[in-house]
Ligand binder design. Structure first.
Ligand code: ATP
Length: 892
């Protein structure tokens, strides 16, 4: 179908839609059944069975299975079956971990999928683009990603960037007229909007004409499917570490086997023991546990209202040293209420809070009737006309559709009995030039009943002043002399110093034949009318969050398009701006070179009247000073800075698709305090990963060393293969996972950010692994030797004791791993998962030791009660000997 050839009527007919009301829910259901969902079909998914089988592809596991098979053939059935059972259970564990990781990553993808606005049964609704069907009427504006192929029906200064489809990186201006002609290439179909392309300017509506694989994007979808799976820096480091550990474990195993054979052990039993040891000592589950810990952390973050879009951000969060935050909506509530109005030297106040349209106007403390105050009336009416927002009442509450700044103007006018509907009966809006944060203003062209046309502009007062030639002073037009100019400036500063956000309104009558097509033509030679000042209260939780960040060594910087004095006032209220802190304005920033900015960047806490382009400059300067920068943003123009920041943060509510896609973190509630929670969680996740790495590796070192020491001392094997595998599965498995769910230490937000290049074993972790591992091995061997006493008849009993000591030593040590300082630093009952995991491990151990049918399988014997004193005494030594002693820290 050549949709671009058809006019509106034909499109409506072909797609069987209703231009005014859109489709009905019933019709949508029917079409979805017929046409399917608006999705690009994903590539083949790996079947579950394959994921399961892959758990066994590990070389050492294969060797173990082969060795087990041989021992089975040699008649050691029990051993063989037990070993295979353990290997299979291990395989299941790995399988479930991998599945869980995959699922949560998928869920993340869904969560961050873009939403679209569609007309259903006469109402605009937000829905996932997946639900669009042919015939849906959709609207879109700057920053949106187009959800399906559309034939455009309305276009206001609409430009769309189609590089994903055509390779052309410059945005294309769009229009609505049908295009005659046979074969119009995709790039020239300027009345169409294609799925996956980005609206960079203006707004529009369209009718869906193609969905899913039937879109232009669907045709090339295969090319897009091989999106790479992102792994975090830590995962990459662990992959490298894993390779080293395999070599080390193998080398040590060979050493154990070699020495054992030299000391007279038979080759076969040494081989099986060696292979079991290698399987146990190689932390093959580590990457999966890390992924699970990361994704569980990510799920916890969702509960705290932030979505991680790129997994590496979880780690980077813990390194953040500066947060650059937008003001409006992030530090403040973005619930604006006009409280002051100014025109021609007069100031009015208006009472009321929120969007409730009740309040009274007063001048010099005396109530006034707005109808008798002409400049005030005019200010309110123009605020209504130059306004794209609407307000409605829902369940006793007023809800707005649009921009809170504009809503405040609507409400102020409503307090004077003026409504948009009534005013718009008297004037027709013929042209709109939407607001953008670089221009910092917006305009409309209106026509009154006598066909007279005016431009009305509203925007940042300092900008509007520059664009104004005249001023209306007590209903008389004057030229804007230097004195008057200064007086207006004084009024602006006066409002701003009370932390009010200020909007100025100006206008210009148009000559009969004068035409305006661009905003530049419209927004010049204006007549300045007056100001409206509105409060935007700070979010109550932000002050505390800023303080917590400061304690955590993280600086908060405010970046705002707002007036410098307003910004300063709010920054002071929130504790962002310290006594000697500097404030920089956009105009100063523009003049500075990158190097000049770098010189002062550490002292600047507030950037005011900036344009989105400045943000990139700020990020780069901070990064040049070795900062790890988190930067928030919401608009299309914020995307470059969000991308360049170490942690790009987009707003979930007010953010555009473009900003969200560039970001690595999305704040569901647009709240600064959520960034702090995310950083805390990021730090905790990293610490938890360190905790279980520490636990697993120290356990493995202990397992290897007990065998190595025994061989060197010409002793029999202190543990049989099945016991080693049991320890690997039970003792190392559950508690390690529970450590991944540990609560943060009290001081996580009291420490300085982690250095991004810090290695896994930094801050004494390597030393802890080796020292604890050594002592666990030594304690186990000691228990074995005390009981064995060179009496071959007592070998199995001594092995059972060694097994119990090793298990208990690890289970005590696991609590030590919860703290960077010492085991006494934390309440062991805080992490109930861990307590549960430890208790289950102990029960499973007792079953393996005391349950007669299992004794032949695990080569165990019932341990006499008093022997437990020896076991527990020796098992607690490694942890308590080192807790708080000098050995806790690596001797320097
Ligand atoms: P932040 O960057 O903190 O989120 P902001 O909302 O203050 O900030 P912008 O949206 O870029 O930044 O607004 C800059 C200025 O433009 C405001 O101070 C205000 O004077 C003016 N302004 C904001 N919204 C509108 C609007 N809808 N119409 C006209 N002018 C506006």
């Amino acid at each position: 179908m050549k949709w671009y050839e058809l006019g509106e009527k034909a499109i409506v007919e072909v797609t069987k839609t209703d231009r005014q009301h859109g489709l009905t829910h019933k019709e949508v259901k029917a079409r979805q059944q017929q046409q399917g969902f608006n999705e690009l079909t994903e590539g083949e998914k790996k079947p579950a069975i394959l994921v399961f089988v892959e758990q066994f592809k590990d070389f050492m596991v294969l060797v173990l299975l082969a060795a087990t098979l041989i021992s089975g053939l040699l008649g050691e059935y029990i051993d063989a079956i037990a070993i295979i059972a353990i290997v299979v259970i291990n395989g299941f564990l790995g399988f479930f971990q991998e599945r869980k990781a995959e699922k949560s990553l998928h869920a993340l993808k869904e969560l961050s999928a873009p939403q679209v606005a569609a007309m259903r049964e006469g109402k605009w609704v937000k829905l996932p683009s997946k639900e669009l069907v042919v015939g849906d009427i959709v609207k879109f504006s700057s920053g949106d990603r187009i959800g399906a192929d559309l034939r455009i029906m309305e276009a206001k200064s609409l430009e769309i960037e189609e590089s994903a489809l055509t390779g052309e990186s410059l945005p294309v201006a769009k229009q609505i007229k049908a295009l005659p002609g046979d074969e119009v290439p995709l790039g020239d179909q300027d009345n169409m909007a294609f799925m996956g392309t980005l609206v960079t300017r203006g707004s529009g509506t369209g009718i869906v004409v193609g969905i899913g694989m039937k879109t232009a994007m669907g045709q090339i979808a295969d090319l897009l499917q091989n999106a790479e799976v992102m792994i975090t820096p830590l995962q990459r480091k662990l992959e490298q570490l894993g390779k080293i550990l395999i070599v080390v474990a193998l080398a040590l195993t060979v050493l154990v086997v070699g020495i054992g054979v030299l000391q007279g052990h038979d080759l076969y039993s040494m081989f099986l023991a060696g292979v079991s040891l290698a399987v146990a000592a190689i932390p093959e589950g580590l990457p999966a546990i890390v992924t699970v810990a990361l994704s569980l952390g990510v799920q916890r973050m969702i509960k705290q209202r932030s979505i991680v879009r790129k997994l590496p951000a979880v780690e980077t969060l813990g390194c953040a040293s500066v947060i650059c935050s937008d003001k409006t909506g992030t530090l403040t509530q973005n619930k604006m209420t006009v409280t002051h109005l100014w025109s021609g030297g007069m100031t009015w106040r208006v009472s009321g809070t929120g969007y409730e349209p009740t309040g009274v106007f007063s001048r010099e403390e005396r109530e006034v009737d707005t109808r008798s105050e002409k400049p005030l009336q005019q200010l309110l009416v123009f605020g209504l006309l130059c306004n794209q927002t609407s307000i409605s009442r829902k369940d006793k509450e007023y809800v707005i559709d649009g921009d809170p700044t504009e809503a405040a103007l609507l409400v102020a006018a409503m307090k004077a009995g003026l409504t948009k509907e009534n005013i718009q009966k008297q004037f027709t809006i013929i042209e709109e030039f939407p607001f953008d944060s670089t221009r910092k203003m917006m305009s409309v062209v209106i026509e009154d009943a006598s066909n007279k046309r005016y431009v009305i502009t509203k925007g940042a007062p300092d900008v509007l002043l520059v664009n104004s030639k005249n001023i209306l002073w007590e209903s008389r037009q004057q030229t804007l002399s230097v004195t008057v100019h200064n007086e207006v400036k004084g009024a602006i500063d006066q409002l701003a110093s009370q932390a009010l956000r200020t909007i100025a309104i100006a206008y210009r009558p148009l000559g009969d034949h004068e035409s305006v097509h661009t905003e530049n033509e419209a927004e010049k030679d204006l007549t300045f009318l007056g100001l409206q000042g509105m409060i935007d209260p700070p979010r109550p939780e932000v002050k505390q969050a800023v303080k917590e960040c400061r304690d955590a060594g993280i600086k908060t910087v405010m970046i705002t398009g707002d007036h410098v004095i307003t910004a300063q006032a709010i920054a002071k209220q929130l504790g962002i701006l310290p006594k000697n802190g500097q404030v920089l304005e956009g105009t100063d920033l523009s003049k500075m070179t990158q190097e000049e900015l770098e010189e002062v960047v550490d002292d600047v806490y507030v950037y005011a009247r900036v344009s989105p382009e400045h943000k990139l400059k700020i990020v780069k300067a901070l990064q040049a000073k070795d900062h790890i920068v988190a930067m928030t943003g919401d608009g299309v123009n914020d995307a470059p800075a969000i991308k360049a920041a170490d942690i790009g943060i987009a707003m979930g509510i007010t953010g555009t698709d473009v900003a969200k896609e560039a970001s690595s973190l999305v704040l569901l509630d647009d709240n600064f305090a959520t960034i702090k929670s995310a950083i805390k969680e990021g730090r905790n996740i990293y610490e938890n990963i360190r905790k279980f790495i520490r636990y697993l590796l120290a356990s493995n070192v202990g397992e290897i060393l007990v065998m190595l020491f025994a061989m060197i001392l010409a002793l029999p094997l202190p543990l049989v293969p099945i016991q080693i595998l049991w320890v690997n599965l039970v003792t190392d498995g559950l508690p390690a996972m529970a450590l991944g769910l540990d609560q943060p230490e009290d001081n996580v937000m009291k420490r300085h950010p982690r250095h991004p290049r810090e290695g896994i074993f930094a801050r004494g972790l390597g030393w802890k692994v080796v020292s604890r591992g050594f002592l666990i091995g030594a304690a186990t061997l000691a228990a074995f030797m005390i009981v064995y006493d060179n009496d071959p008849d007592r070998l199995q009993y001594a092995q059972t004791i060694a097994f119990a000591t090793l298990v208990m030593a690890q289970l005590i040590h696991v609590f030590d791993c919860r703290s960077e300082k010492s085991i006494f630093d934390r309440n062991p009952f805080q992490n109930l998962y861990l307590v549960g995991a430890v208790i289950s491990s102990i029960i499973l151990m007792l079953v393996a030791i005391y349950y007669p049918p299992l004794q032949p399988i695990f080569h165990t014997m019932a341990i006499a009660p008093r022997e437990w004193l020896v076991i527990l005494g020796l098992a607690s030594l490694p942890t308590f000997l080192l807790a708080g002693s000098l050995l806790t820290r690596k001797p320097s």
